[in-house]
Every structure is written in structure tokens, then in C-alpha cells.
Write a protein that binds this ligand. Structure first.
Ligand code: ZN
Ligand code: ZN
Length: 345
């Protein structure tokens, strides 16, 4: 099969013909219909992700069609499925308790095994997958495996956002924009922060209540002023120190900070304003992925037209186009994400 392979960190991916994946006993092989290019991929591509080494195939935001099934697979050949980036074992305590996103035996294609920047991907533990609704194109559905599900779980479960609350979102890349649209769908008031004006304008055009350019380092103060005392919930969607502190500092007393940006490599340990946490009695939540059982509530929201995912996808690209996207993530990027939908080269 054709695949985009990391041969050297920070260099163009190598488009190669590699061996087709072997079918796992507990899952399926998918013909990849679409795979999103995510900022988490940049961490792997740049060598900052501890599990991604040269020879790796990235790609964790995918959907596809079953072409082969293992002995214990739940699905059958021809099924069109969306895969979450966390594939949980299904039998441990975490999985049984409904928090499969914390499964200690999880695997994650694109990080711990070959991902979906390829024509085919092996997917063990296929009970994690859900059927692709007819109403969603593969390009839109691809993001459901990562940015949309992660945001949904962070807002509805970790921070328990309620209608009318002020939600601040720091960073309007894939995950930030998804969080903004979902928070609006929940009925919250939403203010987004970014340093790229075009992204702020894009978010405003999609219905967020306010947008603040954080380039001057004063986003937190401006949010406190705008909201009359601070946001109730604040989402950090980049995984870096400046926005994590902006998030803590923009909160009202008793506010909830949610870490959805991935702090890895240089930012894995960062200096944060613990005084703000202490003085304002803040709560800090980490949030990664989403338990599989929550797909139903998210897909219901989409099917009822409460959220339109189309504005999240800026462009559909070919396999060889992923390198350009990854290089671009060395700096601030334009609105929306790229999705690989052509795997011919
Ligand atoms: Zn992702
Ligand atoms: Zn498990």
C-alpha cells in the first residue's frame, strides 16, 4: 500500500509503498477514506512525541471501510466506520467503568502503531468504532476521532459546561474551533483567543460571541473585563505555557480550566500561575479523548443539525500534501484543518 512515512524528523514525509497491514484478531483492516492532519501529528513529525520514531506512519483522525476482519471482530467487510484515536481494550476496569479513554491497555494508531496516512490501517479492538452516519462525508467524519470527540468530552463531562456560562477557548486550531462550536451548541457564551486575526474572524463568522487577539499578551485581562469578572470555564487548546496561563488567569473565582491541548516535549513541564489557582479556588481538569459510549450523544447533536462541522475542514488534500501542512504548523496556521482524502500519492 501507499503510505506517508517519517524518515527524518522535520522533513517531508516519504511517500512509499510499504507492506499492507496484517489484520488484528480483535479488529479490522480499514481502507482509509479520510484522515485529518492534526497538530498532535506535528508533535510526532517534529520528534517531540516520545512514541513516534523514524519509520512511523502518522494519522489518528480517520474513518474508513472494512476490507478484512479478525476472528473476534465486531464489524464486517463493507462497514463504513469512524475510529476514535484511542482504541481501548474493552475488558479492564477503566473500560468496564465507562472511562475507556483512560484504559491502560489502549493502543493508538498514528502514535503507538502505524496510523492512517496510508491506504490501509489495521485497527485492533474494533468495538471502539462506530458506524459512519449517512449524513456525514468521510472528510467531515475524520475529525470525529480526535478534535470533535475530545472537545465534546472535555466540555460535557470534565467541565460540565452549562447553558449561559462563559467559556473561553485559547487557540482556535482544530480542537479549539471544535470546542467553540460545541460550546455554542450547548448554549454557552463563547470567547475565543488566537494570535491569527483570520482565525478570529472565521470563529466570529461561525457564531462565537467574542474574539480576542492575544498577540499583546493581554487576553486574560480582556476576558475578565468582557465577562464581568472572568470566564466560568476555560479551554486550553494548544498545549503551551502562554495559553495555559492565559486560561487560568481569565477565569472567574471557582472557574474550571480544561487542558485539552497536548503538552509534550518542551512543554510537557511548564511554569504555570499556581497563585491564580489558589487565590481563585480554581479547578484544573485534564481531558484526553472520549469514552466510546459518548459517541451517541455527539452524533445525535450532529444529526439534529445542532452543529455544522463543515467549517472545520478547510481543504481536502492528497497523501503527499500532508508534509506541507506539517511544515506550516511550525508557526501559526490559517483557519480550519486539512483532511487527506486522496491516497493515490
Ligand atoms: Zn488529532
Ligand atoms: Zn481497557
Amino acid at each position: 500500500m501507499r503510505a506517508a512515512v517519517i524518515r527524518e524528523f522535520n522533513k517531508d514525509l516519504s511517500i512509499e509503498t510499504v507492506a499492507d497491514p496484517a489484520c488484528p484478531e480483535t479488529g479490522v483492516v480499514l481502507k482509509v477514506d479520510a484522515c485529518g492532519v492534526c497538530r498532535s501529528d506535528h508533535h510526532g513529525w517534529s520528534g517531540e512525541h516520545p512514541r513516534v520514531k523514524p519509520g512511523a506512519i502518522l494519522g489518528h483522525e480517520y474513518c474508513g471501510t472494512v476490507v478484512e476482519t479478525g476472528r473476534l471482530a465486531k464489524y464486517k467487510v463493507g462497514d463504513k466506520l469512524i475510529a476514535p484515536f484511542i482504541l481501548a481494550c474493552g475488558s479492564c476496569q477503566a473500560c468496564k467503568q465507562g472511562v475507556s479513554n483512560t484504559c491502560p491497555d489502549q493502543v493508538a494508531p498514528g502514535f503507538t502503531m502505524p496510523g492512517a496516512y496510508a491506504e490501509y490501517v489495521a485497527v485492533p479492538f474494533d468495538h471502539n468504532l462506530v458506524p459512519l452516519p449517512d449524513s456525514l462525508s468521510p472528510a467531515l467524519a475524520a475529525g470525529l476521532g480526535c478534535r470533535v470527540t475530545t472537545s465534546w468530552h472535555a466540555l460535557t463531562d470534565r467541565a460540565d459546561v452549562r447553558a449561559g456560562e462563559w467559556v473561553a477557548i485559547h487557540g482556535t486550531g482544530g480542537i479549539g474551533l471544535a470546542a467553540a462550536l460545541l460550546a455554542k451548541a450547548i448554549g454557552a457564551q463563547v470567547v475565543v483567543v488566537d494570535v491569527v486575526q483570520e482565525k478570529l474572524d472565521h470563529a466570529l463568522s461561525l457564531g462565537v460571541d467574542a474574539a480576542i487577539n492575544g498577540a499583546d499578551g493581554k487576553a486574560a485581562e480582556k476576558i475578565v473585563e468582557l465577562t464581568g469578572g472572568g470566564a466560568n470555564v476555560s479551554v486550553e487548546a494548544l498545549g503551551i505555557g502562554a495559553t495555559t496561563n492565559g486560561s487560568l488567569e481569565c477565569l472567574a473565582p471557582l472557574g474550571r480550566h480544561i487542558q485539552v491541548g497536548m503538552p509534550v516535549g518542551k512543554t510537557a513541564r511548564m511554569e504555570i500561575n499556581m497563585n491564580a489557582v489558589y487565590m481563585k479556588n480554581l479547578a484544573m481538569y485534564g481531558s484526553r479523548g472520549m469514552p466510546t459510549w459518548k459517541y451517541a450523544s455527539l452524533l445525535d447533536l450532529i444529526e439534529r443539525g445542532k452543529i455544522d462541522l463543515k467549517p472545520m475542514v478547510a481543504r481536502e488534500i492528497g497523501l503527499s500534501g500532508a508534509s506541507t501542512e506539517l511544515h506550516a504548523m511550525n508557526g501559526p496556521t490559517a483557519p480550519g484543518t486539512a483532511v487527506i482524502t486522496d491516497f493515490s500519492g
